[in-house]
Design a protein around this ligand. Structure first.
Ligand code: HEC
Ligand code: HEC
Ligand code: HEC
Ligand code: HEC
Length: 233
C-alpha cells in the first residue's frame, strides 16, 4: 500500500512540475520578442553634430503635416528680411504689449516650436537657437517699411539651390556654413520653411550622414588673356 501511495504521489508531483514548467514557458512565449535597445543603451552622438538631432522628435510629425499652400514662405521673402544672407532677420511684426525685455520666453512662446498665428496671418518660423535667450540683442524691430535713402551697397547673392548635387538624384551639398545652422529641421521642415528648401524627408534624422558642406575652394579655371586686338599690328 505504502509503495503504491509513494508512486502515485511521485506521479502527482511530476504532473504538477510539468504544469508549472509548461505554464512558465507558455507565458514566456507570449512576451514580445522586441527588446527596446534605445532605452538601455544611450545613443551617443558626435558633439559637433548634436544640433542635427535637436528637433528630431518632431520629424515624423513634419513628415505627416499637410502643406498649407496659402501661407507658404518663399526664399525671396526669406532673404527680403535680411541685410545679407546669414544676417539676423529683423522682427517683421509688432511687439506684444509691454514687451520691453530682452526676449526669452516672450518670443519663445511662438518661436520655440512654431505654429499658425492668427494675428499675423502666418506661421511663426522656428528659431534654430532657442538657447540664445537674449533675442533682441541681434534681432531688431522694423520701425520703418522703407529705406530713408537709397544705398549703393553691393548686394551679396545667396547660394543657389537645386544645383548642389554631384549627380541627378544624389544628395545636394549644403551650400551654407554650419555655424549657427546645426539645427537643420528648424529651417528645413515645417510650415514656416521656405518652400524651395522644405525637405521631403525630415524622417531621415541624421542629415549630415548624406549632406556634406560645400568646402570646394574657388579656383580660377581660366587663363587670363588680354583681348588686345591691336597687339600684332
Ligand atoms: C504671437 C506669436 C509671436 C511672438 C510672441 C513673437 N513672434 Fe516673431 N514671428 C511670429 C510670426 C507669425 C512670424 C512670421 C511673420 C511673417 O512671416 O509675416 C514671426 C517672424 C519673426 C522673425 C522673422 C523671421 C524670418 O525668418 O524672417 C523674427 C526675427 C522674429 N519673429 C523675432 C521675434 C522676437 C525677437 C520676438 C520677441 C520679442 C518675437 N518674434 C515674438 C510670431 C511671433
Ligand atoms: C547672437 C545673435 C542672436 C541671438 C541672441 C538670437 N538670434 Fe535669432 N538669428 C540670428 C542670426 C544670425 C540668424 C540668421 C541665421 C542664418 O540665416 O543662418 C537668426 C535667425 C533667426 C530666425 C529665423 C530662422 C530662419 O528660418 O532662418 C528666427 C525665427 C530667430 N532667429 C529667432 C530668435 C529668437 C526667438 C531668439 C531668442 C530666443 C533669437 N533668435 C536669438 C542671431 C541671433
Ligand atoms: C538658419 C536656417 C538654416 C539651417 C539651420 C540649415 N539650413 Fe540648409 N539652407 C538654408 C537656406 C536659407 C538655404 C538656401 C541657400 C542659402 O541661402 O544658404 C539652405 C540650403 C540647403 C541645402 C541645399 C538644397 C538644394 O536644393 O540645393 C541643403 C542640402 C541644406 N541646406 C542642408 C542643411 C542641413 C543638412 C542642415 C543641418 C546641418 C541645414 N541645412 C541647416 C537654411 C538653413
Ligand atoms: C540617406 C541619405 C539622406 C539623409 C539622411 C538626408 N537626406 Fe536630404 N537628400 C538626400 C537625397 C538623395 C536628396 C536628393 C533628392 C532628389 O533629388 O530627389 C536630398 C535632398 C535634400 C534637399 C533638397 C530638397 C528635397 O527635399 O529634395 C534638402 C533641403 C535636404 N535633402 C535636406 C535634408 C535634411 C534637413 C535632412 C535631415 C533631416 C536630410 N536631408 C537627410 C539624401 C538624404
Amino acid at each position: 500500500m505504502k509503495k503504491r501511495l509513494g508512486i502515485i504521489s511521485l506521479f502527482i508531483l511530476l504532473f504538477i512540475a510539468f504544469i508549472v514548467i509548461w505554464n512558465f514557458s507558455y507565458k514566456k512565449g507570449l512576451e514580445e520578442a522586441y527588446i527596446p535597445i534605445a532605452e538601455e543603451v544611450p545613443v551617443s552622438t558626435i558633439p559637433s553634430e548634436k544640433g542635427v538631432f535637436a528637433r528630431s522628435e518632431f520629424a515624423l510629425e513634419y513628415l505627416n503635416m499637410p502643406i498649407d499652400e496659402e501661407h507658404q514662405r518663399s526664399l525671396a521673402t526669406y532673404y527680403d528680411n535680411r541685410a545679407y544672407p546669414g544676417a539676423p532677420p529683423s522682427i517683421p511684426h509688432e511687439l506684444l504689449k509691454g514687451e520691453r525685455g530682452i526676449g526669452g520666453k516672450a518670443c519663445l512662446q511662438c518661436h520655440q516650436n512654431g505654429g499658425f498665428v492668427e494675428k499675423f496671418n502666418a506661421y511663426a518660423p522656428v528659431t534654430p537657437h532657442p538657447e540664445l535667450i537674449n533675442c533682441r540683442q541681434c534681432h531688431v524691430a522694423q520701425n520703418t517699411q522703407t529705406l530713408f535713402t537709397d544705398t549703393n551697397f553691393a548686394e551679396i547673392h545667396p547660394p543657389k539651390v537645386g544645383v548642389n548635387s554631384a549627380l541627378p538624384g544624389s544628395p545636394p551639398m549644403m551650400p551654407h556654413d554650419i555655424q549657427m545652422r546645426e539645427n537643420c529641421l528648424s529651417c528645413h521642415a515645417g510650415p514656416a520653411a521656405p518652400k524651395e528648401i522644405r525637405v521631403t524627408h525630415p524622417e531621415r534624422i541624421n542629415c549630415r550622414q548624406c549632406h556634406v558642406p560645400d568646402i570646394r575652394e574657388l579656383v580660377d579655371t581660366e587663363i587670363f588673356t588680354r583681348t588686345n586686338t591691336h597687339q600684332n599690328e
